[in-house]
Design a protein around this ligand. Sequence first.
Ligand code: G1P
Length: 292
Amino acid sequence: MSDVIKKAIFPAAGLGTRFLPATKASPKEMLPIVDKPMIQYGIEEAISCHINEIIIITGKHKRSIEDHFDYAFELEDKLKKSGKKNLLEEINRLSKINIAYIRQGYALGLGHAISCAKPFVKEEPFAVILSDDIIDPEDTLLRDMVRLYKELRSPVLALERVPVSEIHRYGVIDGVRERDGVFRISNLVEKPSAEHAPSDLAIIGRYILTPEIFDILAKSRPGKGGEIQLTDAIRKLSKERPVYGFLFEGRRYDAGDKLGYLKATVDFALKNPSLAEQFRSYILEVSRKLKH
Ligand code: G1P
């Protein structure tokens, strides 16, 4: 099997219930963090790791994702005529990304969404990126995972230590530390209660997987919440071959959650050259008011 990761799957067919009513008719993945939709951060992260073949699993009300990454002749023409060169380049760059769309008719769970990509992935290792987990673009998580995959030739999941109070929101692993930041995974549980969690090591939305997972997913039965869970399929995979976890210690935003979304917005605005100065003054003004 090749050791080059060329493809990344972006599941985007979920119902986005945590953001209702904003997500009633528009996709969660298109909610902007400053001036880019959430999913664009993940796609740029993949491309920065030379993962240039993007597969987005879409569902109902997701047309705007396709439009966002499509040519926009009228808009481009207008930007050209008004001399807005930088914006034009930015908009034009989006339409050059190589994206395939697969429609998941029913939102049957993350595992089912991934299984829909089988015809595109065939016999290659691939990445899975959950776009509501936003990684600081200055961090090298995915690049480090790709490097680890090349060395170990085995699936690699991104892990983060989470407080006990948050454990029930994640897939959680049990495993043995092999070396600094690398765990050999022996068990995985989807969204356990704090007392049943095997550790405080949560799976975060970056995975490098191998195609054996598709056969396991095809035979999978609904798990937690009545959904076909990716975590359950990886647990079966881990009984057949080594699966590793890579501990991430950088900055991640759970932008699928309102508070995480707001934190990402504030931090990214503070780093945005055209906004940073004025926004910083505003934040200082607000915090002064809060202290009084
Ligand atoms: C999914 C996975 C879960 C993982 C999480 C990371 O859950 O099922 O194992 O820990 O992503 O964000 P979701 O957030 O879709 O409920």
